[in-house]
Design a protein around this ligand. Structure first.
Ligand code: ATR
Length: 278
């Protein structure tokens, strides 16, 4: 029997997830189809009922529904509960289970570039939804997490939540500082610079060989990443996080290992096609 999956969000037309998942189903001969549906916020509850009524086996959730969907679900995994957000839903024995693969997707995307996590220092720029999942996942790996946010109260609240889970975290000012000389992993999660304006500060003085990640993947190289590269850092954009959050969602639905290389290729091809058609 064919299984049905989808991603819901608003906007959704640019989602690369259908191409990535369908390529994986085809490669492994899985009888399933992955779609995408735009769901306006006011219709979220009806959409969830509809997906259940139509027999969907699971779905991904993207902006702006990641938090609102929680009240419509039966159970949350620890990852979703900690992040306070859901990006993956599975229907299991009639129950709607909410999960979050963003944080561990990020961890998987950097693990081959970092020589271990334990005791190393991660600095996160931003304390919004995206930062939260990543911060918990890195703390769970044993990293010391330092969070810098324009609104300091949000960074402090996140630090407190990480402490409550037994992790190590501190917060600081959203500005250059001593942290630059002593960082193993720097992660840019804010929307600063997203609309072409320069990033609010320079990271000159950063530890050479630090791994610097911007979770944006389009453009492939933000000004922030370009500066990091010019300063001798290893850089990564957000494509790996997108890939591995998808791979972990796959594994949550089907068990076994997702065909990561096929999925990566499908993502890259879609991005390339988009660049050509621009
Ligand atoms: P997301 O889910 O993508 O993380 P979000 O929850 O709205 O989105 O969080 C956006 C993040 O970008 C926040 O950390 C925000 O800082 P504030 O908490 O102070 O709002 C940060 N951000 C957005 N624009 C920024 C700017 N121009 N300078 C610095 N930080 C900015």
């Amino acid at each position: 029997m064919e299984k049905h999956y989808t991603v819901i969000g608003d906007p959704i037309e640019h989602s690369l997830s259908p191409g990535m998942h369908n390529a994986g189903y085809e490669a492994l001969g899985i009888n399933a189809e992955y779609q995408r549906f735009r769901v306006e916020p006011r219709y979220l509850a009806e959409a969830v009922e509809g997906l259940c009524a139509l027999g969907f086996s699971g779905w991904n959730v993207t902006l702006p529904h990641k938090e609102k969907i929680i009240s419509l679900l039966d159970r949350l995994t620890p990852e979703a509960r900690r992040a306070g957000a859901v990006n993956t839903v599975k229907i299991h024995e009639g129950q709607r289970i909410g999960h979050n693969t963003d944080g561990n997707g990020f961890v998987r995307s950097v693990e081959r570039k970092l020589d271990g996590f334990k005791g190393k220092k991660a600095v996160l720029l931003g304390a919004g939804g995206a930062s939260k999942g990543i911060a918990f996942a890195l703390a769970e790996q044993g990293m010391k997490v330092h969070i810098l946010n324009r609104t300091p109260e949000k960074a402090e609240a996140l630090v407190q939540a990480i402490h409550n889970e037994g992790g190590t975290a501190t917060s600081g000012v959203f500005a250059p500082g001593a942290w630059l000389e002593n960082v193993d992993l720097l992660v840019q999660t804010t929307s600063a610079g997203l609309h072409g304006e320069p990033f609010p500060f320079s990271i000159q003085g950063i530890t050479e060989q630090a791994l610097v990640v911007d979770i944006i993947f389009n453009p492939a190289e933000t000004d922030f990443l370009l500066e990091a590269k010019n300063l001798g850092c290893l850089t990564l954009n957000g494509l790996g996080m997108l890939l591995y959050q998808g791979a972990l969602a796959w594994e949550f639905w089907f068990g076994g290992q997702a065909p990561v290389e096929v999925m990566r290729q499908a993502l890259e091809e879609q991005l390339l096609r988009r660049m050509i058609h621009k």
